[in-house]
Ligand binder design. Structure first.
Ligand SMILES: [Fe+2]
Ligand SMILES: [Fe+2]
Length: 201
């Protein structure tokens, strides 16, 4: 039986890697190292925002709401994702986003506001956010190509879990939320803006 703190397990996602030579470029204008730092920065920010969305929803719906257990499960997975990216930020000395205080408030507010609109709107929020995260992680995995296999594996595992969250939202009536299309489009636009900003700021 593997011990809980088995270093081999820890290392599977957190092992330090040799810095990429400055000459090795991935697609785009940034050097490979800058591109990877940007990925880790935005992913930490996104997982932090996801955590706050679920905290906002739980604060409004309350611990005994029929959907609370489902939301707590997704929240627990976001905490695990966040912990992994917190570790990568520290290990690789990535500058975290300066916008974390904003995502602290905006994530919670988005979760709380959608929960106030009803449990189906809360689920619609999850579906919209996770669809954006899915395309975001898919793009990152593609950009990494053969580089950074462990980071790529982490992204792919998390992406699968985000898709589970999307499916959970759909199973719990997201599409029956009043004004679903508009709500979804607005949340997606906001999420894409948050990603764009967190990559850069
Ligand atoms: Fe996540
Ligand atoms: Fe998620």
């Amino acid at each position: 039986m593997a011990a809980k703190n088995d270093p081999a397990r820890e290392n599977s996602t957190l092992r330090p890697r040799r810095p990429r030579p400055a000459s090795a470029h991935l697609p785009g204008d940034l050097s490979g190292a800058d591109l990877v730092a940007r990925m880790i920065r935005v992913d930490q920010a996104g997982e932090y925002g996801a955590r706050r969305i679920y905290e906002g929803q739980l604060a409004v719906l309350g611990p005994n709401h029929p959907k609370a257990e489902t939301i707590r499960h997704m929240h627990a997975q976001e905490l695990k994702h966040l912990k992994t990216f917190d570790g990568l930020v520290a290990e690789r000395r990535v500058r975290p986003t300066a916008l974390q205080p904003l995502w602290h408030v905006a994530g919670f507010a988005l979760g709380a506001a959608t929960a106030m609109m009803g449990e189906k709107a809360a689920m619609a929020c999850t579906v919209a956010v996770e669809e954006v995260i899915d395309e975001h992680y898919a793009k990152q995995a593609e950009e990494l190509g053969e580089e950074e296999p462990e980071l790529k594996k982490t992204i792919e595992v998390f992406r699968a879990e985000e898709l589970e969250h999307r499916d959970t939202g759909l199973e719990h009536g997201a599409e029956d939320a009043p004004g679903y299309e508009l709500l979804s489009a607005g949340i997606k636009a906001g999420s894409r803006l948050a990603i764009w900003l967190s990559e850069r700021v």
